[in-house]
Design a binder for this molecule. Structure first.
Ligand code: PXP
Length: 237
């Protein structure tokens, strides 16, 4: 089974916004990512729209030929935009409004009622739902009770450990096995890069998709977008 690469374009949107013009053009970059081998495009509009904007959801929906994944906290505004655009997948993250980047998954026990409602609403429009999760078994069990199709494991802690320390990876392997038993599809993301992706993908046999933004954009400065996407794809196949 090949793991799909969804390219997160938030950093590209950040560069665009820094000059107040439509350059780089997110649509063109998304189309080029697909041409260069990306299996999907992800954006994560935050309430302040400092990188991806809500309008980008609609613009990308009309051109993305692979899979469009929209991440975000399920505020009413976010949900209305997603329900209107109907992307292939919506990944729900529990971020507080001012957070710099997502750094933890859902507490699916505390927020069970909210998630049940939101998952139902999104699925009714034919949108596949994924919940951003830490590799914690009790919370993953409760994630299954929300009706979600998939979970996305937060890989930030895995990415931050020193070489040779496999405790985090073991937690992810256990979480991946439980997800399979529960019938949940498995995605992963955050801080994945060319140094840690291969090991992760080899250890997690049921990994359907990774979404990668920061490192992929940084690597593109050195290697170019086409080479970089191919380098990431090689780690996944
Ligand atoms: N998954 C989620 C839920 C995220 O919020 C982000 C960052 O926007 C990513 C994956 C991608 O992380 P990175 O930019 O570190 O590759």
């Amino acid at each position: 089974m090949k793991t799909k690469l969804s390219v997160n374009l938030n950093k590209v949107a950040l560069i665009r916004n820094s000059r107040g013009q439509n350059f780089p053009n997110l649509i063109n970059v998304a189309q080029d990512c697909e041409k260069f081998g990306a299996d999907g495009i992800t954006i994560h509009p935050r309430p302040d729209q400092r990188h991806a904007r809500y309008q980008d959801i609609h613009d990308l929906k009309s051109v993305v030929n692979t899979e469009l994944n929209i991440e975000g906290y399920p505020s009413r505004k976010f949900l209305d935009e997603v329900l209107l655009a109907r992307p292939h997948q919506c990944t729900l993250v529990p971020d507080a409004p001012g957070v710099l980047t997502s750094n933890s998954g859902w507490d699916t026990i505390t927020h069970q009622a909210l998630l049940v409602d939101v998952v139902k609403e999104l699925k009714a429009e034919g949108i596949r739902v994924s919940l951003f999760m830490n590799p914690e078994l009790d919370l993953i069990k409760a994630a299954a009770d929300t009706g979600t199709d998939r979970i996305e494991l937060y890989t930030g802690k895995y990415a931050s450990v020193k070489d040779g320390d496999n405790k985090q990876l073991t937690k992810h392997v256990e979480a991946s096995k439980l997800s399979a038993q529960l019938g949940l599809g498995l995605n992963a993301g955050h801080d994945l890069n060319l140094n840690n992706l291969l090991k992760y993908n080899l250890a997690i046999s049921n990994l359907l998709e990774v979404s990668i933004g920061h490192s992929l954009v940084v690597d593109s400065i050195y290697y170019g977008l086409q080479n970089t996407i191919q380098l990431y794809k090689r780690q996944l196949n």
